[in-house]
Ligand binder design. Structure first.
Ligand code: AKG
Length: 297
């Protein structure tokens, strides 16, 4: 009798725990189901190779993921959008032009933001419904000095070593060379604790040399920075950063991107901009799915 009662108690609490787990991880939205992971699938061997690189080095490079016509279209579309000739501090770079959140001004970067290889990697790294954290065009002019090395997700106050809370792509719009400001990365630094790199460690940084149209993808824990530009031509890139679905994105896209723009965007862009629910209910608007806001646009 005692045995039976004890077993019943255990089974009831196990049922409650599994019901609670199912609730926490389930997609409860009725009208708008999650579209996470529904992008076109990508070459699995390439994906595995990139994941191996990321695990070992904290970054990976895939050459020629954009054709040169697309690269040229991106350059001509973003060039007129720059407002400032230089940054406001050494980190932004006094000789570096930056275009923050260009997604509201042009659709030309959508293919970068939702690039199937980038999303395929993010699907492996993060929980579904990860978010776009920021989007920038960065143009490093001749004479710019090297940016201070940094990991991108250090502003989340969670001690290292730890899994990445974000990840970034850098798409080369110009060829990236050792002289023109190619992003530099420190291989293996994604595994470091919270220390600032020593001079010896900083000396192990290597430039991400790659032709225009290529993608550098790195973890938020990987130390990196914009390189010094010793040439007489500027070096342009587009960078999209992503974060786990329960982290706060850097850019407040809900405020910087109009509902009209979101309404005409793809499912993936809508989800990445926060028109999504991370189970069980993170991201709701008055208790409802945020996509309902788009119904009357
Ligand atoms: O432009 C680059 O190559 C990287 C820039 C960067 O890491 C940053 O601005 O945080």
């Amino acid at each position: 009798m005692t045995h039976t009662t004890r077993a019943a108690t255990v089974s009831t609490s196990t049922d409650a725990a599994s019901a609670s787990n199912a609730y926490l991880s389930g997609d409860h939205a009725k009208k708008y189901r999650s579209t996470a992971g529904s992008q076109p699938s990508t070459d699995q061997r390439q994906l595995r190779r990139c994941l191996d690189d990321l695990d070992r080095d904290g970054y990976t490079i895939v050459e020629n993921v954009l054709d040169l016509a697309t690269v040229a279209e991106i350059r001509s579309s973003v060039e007129p959008l720059f407002v400032h000739e230089g940054g406001r501090n050494a980190f932004e770079g006094y000789r570096t032009r930056r275009l923050y959140s260009p997604i509201d001004d042009t659709d030309v970067l959508d293919d970068i933001v939702e690039h199937p290889l980038a999303l395929g990697l993010l699907d492996e790294l993060f929980e579904p419904n990860y978010l776009l954290s920021q989007l920038q065009v960065i143009d490093i002019a001749p004479g710019e000095s090297a940016q201070g090395l940094h990991p991108d997700d250090n502003f989340y106050p969670w001690p290292r070593p730890r899994p990445p809370l974000g990840a970034a792509t850098i798409f080369a719009i110009d060829d990236f060379t050792a002289d023109n400001g190619a992003t530099v990365v420190i291989p293996g630094s994604h595994r470091w604790d919270d220390h600032f790199p020593t001079e010896e460690e900083q000396a192990t940084a290597i430039p991400a040399v790659m032709p225009a149209g290529s993608m550098l993808f790195f973890l938020g824990t990987t130390w990196h920075g914009g390189g010094a530009n010793h040439t007489d031509r500027s070096r342009m890139c587009v960078t999209a950063q992503y974060c786990r679905p329960w982290c706060r994105p850097q850019e407040n896209f809900s405020l910087s991107v109009s509902k009209q723009r979101v309404a005409r965007s793809s499912e993936h862009i809508q989800r990445l901009l926060g028109y999504s629910i991370h189970p069980p209910f993170m991201g709701f608007v008055r208790g409802m799915h945020p996509k309902r806001l788009l119904e009357d646009v």
